[in-house]
Design a protein around this ligand. Structure first.
Ligand code: C5P
Length: 321
């Protein structure tokens, strides 16, 4: 009798992030290329003995284990947490589709290995891993799991980056960034991710970009991904270095000016440096594993108090453990 159901999910970097106009629903149309990286969140649903009555959340709470030194503290143990919402959404969808069964309460444990509010979709990875773990939990108690299409639909409702955390690999994202098509890629790419520990709210970053564009017509949307698609198939990090682009970088630099120095240092030490997603994490592209570890140590010496990790992509999407 298993007493826990576990899954992991990867962080991501946007190799290309083109941001179109703001839409009526508050979102922006994106043309983005994601790469999943092997820095993974782990979510465990640990079964409590007490059975949950129908209609109420099966989740009794969330415990977080920080895998990184000096993480930003954040209110995590709340029903608004994406991992909690993902488990509730999976249970609700299962109750709607199949004959409801008695389910025991679970406590969610999250091993956080991805920076919080860093632009690497750590919260989205928690949600994706929670969906996969919740599907195994539901299958164990009812005999029926949620299929992949249902998980993808639930993922979209939880957030724009959640479907990619479920899928992994390399992918082109359009719409809100959640209409995904797998992209061909060859070889692996090594990165150093540096987080200056000054969180950026994703919604605010999009708003700042809108404001900047209002005053500066040169900040046009970059919606062509041909160069980065070719670079991905080249398996050559030098080629990929020349193809990286992020429209949201201008907003991140406006909000956190200290990122300029970090990007310059990353460019001096390695092949390229770019803001990851909405930031503030800076992704530094390296030649290979050895180079990534050298670059990590060099940047750690220069930027004390910042968090640094070396990781490679592409990596698998959310996986049952
Ligand atoms: O979907 P998610 O909750 O991650 O998005 C956070 C915020 O980022 C949204 O509320 C929206 O303001 C902004 N966003 C956007 N366009 C996207 C994705 C996110 O404007 N494609």
């Amino acid at each position: 009798m298993p007493n826990q159901f576990s899954a992991s999910a990867p962080g991501k970097v946007n190799l290309h992030l083109g941001v179109g106009e703001a839409r009526a629903d508050g979102y922006h149309d994106l043309v983005t290329v994601f790469q999943a990286v092997d820095q993974r969140e782990v979510v465990r649903l640990v079964v409590d003995d007490a059975a949950a009555s129908e209609g109420e959340s099966v989740v009794s709470g969330i415990t977080t284990h920080w895998m990184l030194e000096g993480e930003l503290s954040e209110q995590i143990d709340t029903p608004s947490n994406l991992a909690w919402r993902a488990v509730d959404a999976a249970v609700e969808a299962h109750r709607a589709a199949f004959t409801p069964v008695a389910l025991p309460k679970v406590r969610i444990e999250v091993d956080k290995a991805i920076f919080v509010a860093g632009g690497m979709a750590g919260g989205s990875a928690d949600a994706a891993a929670s969906l996969v773990a919740a599907s195994a939990y539901l299958e164990h108690y009812s005999g029926t799991a949620l299929d992949q299409d249902k998980l993808t639909e639930l993922a979209k409702n939880l957030g724009a980056d959640v479907p990619f955390a479920l899928m992994g690999g390399n992918a082109l994202g359009t719409g809100r960034g959640d209409d995904l098509v797998e992209m061909l890629g060859r070889g692996e790419f090594w990165w150093v991710f540096v987080n200056p520990r000054v969180a950026i709210n994703t919604g605010e970053a999009f708003g700042v970009l809108d404001d900047l564009r209002h005053d500066n017509p040169a900040l046009v949307p970059h919606l062509d991904t041909t160069t980065v698609a070719q670079a991905l198939t080249s398996s050559d990090p030098e080629v990929l270095a020349g193809a990286l682009h992020n429209d949201l970088q201008a907003a991140a630099l406006e909000m956190r000016p200290q990122l300029t120095e970090l990007i310059r240092a990353g460019e001096a030490e390695a092949l390229a440096a770019i803001v990851s997603g909405s930031g503030p994490t800076v992704a530094v592209l390296c030649r290979d594993s050895d180079h990534a570890h050298e670059v990590r140590d060099a940047l750690a010496g220069r930027f004390s108090g910042y968090e640094l990790i070396a990781a490679h992509g592409p990596a698998a999407g959310a996986t049952l453990l």
